[in-house]
Write a new protein. Structure first.
Lengths: 167, 167
């Protein structure tokens, strides 16, 4: 299970705080996420990481719709973004939203920080843990979030693609 | 466009003939092809090449249904067979037939020879050319087929998955 909480942040300010925490920088990714229309609470996405030349097909089932913090996730890397998109089109899936972002990834133990500047939406920090123990994961995420000065009021429960469609 | 003609053959006899023709051996593949139910004339398959540890998602549109010699093909390599299969299941596709074969691949110029021993069905040779010029491709395939002693009576127009379901 992928457990994550998304916060609205100031990019440069949060970058400094994450680094001060001693988190290890894992890399920068220029991501283009193409979402296909799928009945709620399922998600289907093809991600292209432009600067690394890598692409992924990802299926997610949202376990807590509305809150959007618990995801059952299946992902495979694919050899070509455009061909993967075309196969899904041929199989009848319709393109919905394209989310473009610059993302910095950090790790601190079992916690992953994804600090993103999302085109048209601003900056966000996803704090993520892979664990089937949701209670533990949420506690650990909030423990780290508080050390970064984040609070409940900073949480953004909506998905990026929902935010883009609401604009 | 993928243009190919499938012949029923004797494996060892045909192996010798292909090598006598001067074709270059490209490798041996132990393939497991899982087909999903899709409305005719579309095909959706996840291939696992066990001995090479590689997997592919392939979508084909049969341009000449019944004859099954002309295919519009889209294919991506994927990082994991089982996860790719599970994603397609979650997207609503139903597993149909599993085709297992041992395949030897040879190349002679623009012609590919796929000599297969298919579990439960016997041996077959696919002679294939990638070209949008179907007339040229068919002529070239038959020119080579005749040099291998193959004739119209040896052609097997049915797909492997059709042959397995008819058993």
């Amino acid at each position: 299970m992928e457990v994550e909480v998304k916060f609205r942040v100031s990019f440069d300010d949060m970058k400094g705080k994450i680094e001060d925490l001693g988190a290890e920088f894992k890399g920068e990714e220029l991501q283009e996420d193409l979402y296909f229309s799928l009945p709620h609470p399922e998600l289907l996405r093809v991600r292209w990481i432009r600067n690394l030349g890598r692409a992924y097909i990802t299926y997610k089932y949202i376990q807590d719709p509305g809150k959007n913090e618990e995801f059952d996730e299946l992902e495979v890397e694919v050899s070509d973004f455009k061909t993967a998109v075309e196969i899904l089109r041929r199989l009848g899936f319709k393109e919905d939203v394209l989310v473009k972002k610059r993302r910095l990834v950090y790790k601190l133990g079992d916690v992953t920080f994804e600090l993103s500047d999302v085109e048209g939406l601003g900056s966000f920090l996803d704090i993520e843990i892979l664990s089937d123990d949701v209670v533990y994961a949420k506690e650990r995420i909030w423990e780290v979030a508080k050390r970064l000065g984040l609070a409940e009021k900073d949480v953004e429960p909506r998905l990026y693609q929902e935010l883009l469609k609401e604009k």
